[in-house]
Design a protein around this ligand. Structure first.
Ligand SMILES: CC(C)(COP(=O)(O)OP(=O)(O)OC[C@H]1O[C@@H](n2cnc3c(N)ncnc32)[C@H](O)[C@@H]1OP(=O)(O)O)[C@@H](O)C(=O)NCCC(=O)NCCS
Length: 134
């Protein structure tokens, strides 16, 4: 059985996080080859939930939250070997319980577009994105 818990981003092993991004498939959609940027991403989230089986990191959810109104779930990744066992749902549950008054907002990867409605998310008709400056 896995264990999900809120952890401090400053204590994360970036290489270990990277291995879960690669093992989940999310690495294809994130700047994993830019070590400085990836490290800044990992360190910069202020609500991080990890899933471990024993010592092994098998899943992670990284969010930015104000703790009271909005939690932006930036990345969720579960190692392919452990997908479809409920770990993703558990990562989101622990994320939301850390800031229960906040709604959870995210942008879905194409491969996960059917996942979010399945686990209780509703599609927002007026979500807007402005690309990064650099
Ligand atoms: C998307 C992801 C986080 C889901 O995690 P998971 O631990 O496999 O999902 P869960 O076990 O919590 O799934 C819960 C339910 O959703 C279903 N489900 C899981 N992935 C799904 C998908 N991609 N599409 C549709 N349904 C999915 C499961 O079958 C399960 O259904 P059930 O409750 O009827 O049995 C994981 O597949 C992943 O890491 N994918 C690659 C990275 C990615 O795309 N991340 C999302 C970026 S927005």
């Amino acid at each position: 059985m896995w264990k999900c818990e809120v952890v401090d981003a400053s204590g994360l092993d970036v290489d270990e996080v990277l291995s879960v991004y690669r093992a989940s498939g999310l690495a294809e959609r994130r700047p994993v080859d830019d070590t400085e940027r990836f490290t800044a991403m990992v360190r910069g989230a202020n609500l991080v939930v990890t899933a471990r089986i024993g010592d092994r990191l098998v899943g992670i959810a990284r969010s930015i939250t104000d703790g009271a109104y909005a939690t932006y779930l930036s990345d969720i990744a579960v190692d392919r070997e452990f997908q479809r066992r409920g770990i993703g749902v558990d990562l989101i549950r622990v994320t939301q319980e850390a800031a229960p008054r906040a709604k959870v907002i995210l942008l879905s990867a194409p491969a996960a577009a059917e996942y979010y409605p399945h686990i209780g998310f509703t599609q927002h008709p007026s979500a807007w994105v402005r690309d990064a400056l650099s």
